[in-house]
Design a protein around this ligand. Structure first.
Ligand SMILES: Nc1ncnc2c1ncn2[C@@H]1O[C@H](COP(=O)(O)OP(=O)(O)O)[C@@H](O)[C@H]1O
Ligand SMILES: [Mg+2]
Length: 245
């Protein structure tokens, strides 16, 4: 994967063209949530990320596209410090991720980024509401009544307030993914990172998840989402035209 595969920007509300490819030298821009500069990642001698430069600002939805195996998940894992880039620089809200940060400092930076996965990763033995409030209760040590109020608010936001007391197995894929989004939001992150959020969904359920993602940008979060696209399709794609959407 290289920077050409990062197709900014279904920008919401104001389209911004092409900034995913050539970041301007403005490290203190307060709307800049995620910034990667000359990011490289090798697994052994396999060069997976090649000089990736991009930014995600508040209110933007940036799409990462590429065929399976092109490094989309690796990039997201590097941003979230689950994987260490071989070289280059990552800043989250102007704070550089580097190997010398204390665990406490690193986790405070990571808390700015919510993660949503392809397969939802909900806890099957917990109700919808319990899934959403687990992290605020355990990590934030939020009092139970406050966590429940927050959970209810987030479930309303994703259109699932009526499902609060049921178990994930009774939900459709799109509903599960919206619970996963509410759960990520419960930690009040500045940005949401989605790793193929709609790939496991039936086509008719994709729209409801994309709508929630757009709403997140409208409320001022940064959204980075990836999606696998067949290689043959990519080869015929005019990336510079796509940037104008
Ligand atoms: N932990 C790892 N160790 C070795 N190779 C890896 C590891 N993670 C990913 N890879 C390789 O890096 C490449 C990119 O993988 P990945 O980021 O999962 O791609 P994508 O998400 O675009 O399908 C693949 O060739 C994959 O096999
Ligand atoms: Mg992947």
């Amino acid at each position: 994967m290289d920077s050409e595969d990062i197709v900014s920007s279904d920008s919401v509300p104001a389209p911004s063209l092409g900034n995913a490819v050539s970041p301007s030298p403005l490290p203190n821009d307060e709307d800049m949530i995620i910034r990667a500069v000359k990011l490289n990642k090798y697994f052994g001698d396999k060069h997976v990320l090649k000089d990736i430069d991009f930014e995600v600002r508040k209110g933007e939805v940036v799409a990462l596209i590429g065929p399976s195996g092109s490094g989309k998940s690796t990039l997201i894992r590097c941003l979230n410090a689950l994987e260490k880039a071989t070289s280059g620089e990552i800043s989250i809200q102007g704070q550089k991720l580097n190997p010398y940060l204390s665990v406490k400092h690193l986790s405070s930076i990571r808390r700015e980024l919510g993660m949503v996965f392809q397969n939802f990763n909900l806890f099957p033995h917990m109700t919808v509401l319990q899934n959403v409030i687990e992290a605020p209760l355990l990590v934030r040590k939020m009092p139970k009544d406050q966590a429940v109020a927050l959970g209810e608010k987030l479930l309303t936001k994703v259109g699932l307030s009526e499902k609060r007391d049921i178990y994930p197995s009774r939900l459709s894929g799109g509903q599960k993914q919206r619970v996963a989004i509410a759960r990520a939001l419960a930690m009040q992150p500045r940005a949401l990172l989605f790793d193929e959020p709609t790939s496991a969904l039936d086509p008719e359920l994709v729209g409801e998840v994309l709508k929630v993602m757009k709403d997140l940008a409208y409320e001022g979060r940064a959204v980075l989402s990836n999606r696998a696209i067949p290689k043959s399709y990519l080869e015929s794609l005019n990336i510079s035209a796509l940037r104008h959407f």
